[in-house]
Design a protein around this ligand. Structure first.
Ligand code: SAM
Length: 146
């Protein structure tokens, strides 16, 4: 995978890391954008919160954006309705429920937004800390636009 990526983007800095483990040893620079797709469901919500808070604080430009696309639902009842369809639910994975998760992020001072993109997928967007801090003085942004 690394070789294929290097072939496509020779100038990229590529590292192999475990996002369930300690990322501090990597010493990431600050990025304008941090993007992940279909991966964070591998870890618990607690780990997601730790990871996202860490990335926003240490590795994201103040006006940057973190975008997380994954299997996700607006509300618990949406998740439960899809799970009840019994279409190959993987009980070992931790799918995001936006209205719960956004509250937990907000409790950490991180004001994220969420957009449902399909019946079982959505995008969580976290602004850089300077934007997040400005948002603190106003009502939390809407979590859904579908
Ligand atoms: C379903 S694939 C998605 C791959 C790609 N991001 C995409 O959207 O097509 C999940 C990826 O997460 C990676 N992954 C799972 N747990 C991980 C961990 N703890 N640290 C780093 N990568 C992990 C797997 O190796 C796999 O490449």
């Amino acid at each position: 995978m690394i070789e294929r990526a290097r072939g496509k983007v020779p100038t990229a800095s590529l590292v192999i890391a475990d996002f369930a483990g300690d990322l501090t040893r990597i010493g990431l620079p600050r990025f304008d954008a941090i993007v992940s797709t279909y991966a964070l469901h591998e870890v618990s919500d607690e780990r997601k919160l730790d990871l996202l808070a860490h990335l926003q604080t240490t590795s994201l430009a103040p006006t940057g954006t973190i975008a997380i696309g994954d299997i996700a639902f607006e509300r618990e009842r949406d998740r439960d309705a899809v799970r009840a369809q019994n279409i190959g639910w993987d009980h070992s994975e931790h799918y995001l429920v936006a209205d719960l998760f956004l509250d937990r992020l907000a409790a950490l001072g991180i004001h994220a937004t969420y957009r449902q993109m399909s019946f079982c997928g959505g995008v969580l967007t976290i602004p850089g800390y300077s934007v997040s801090r400005q948002n603190r003085s106003v009502a939390p942004p809407p979590i859904r636009s579908a």
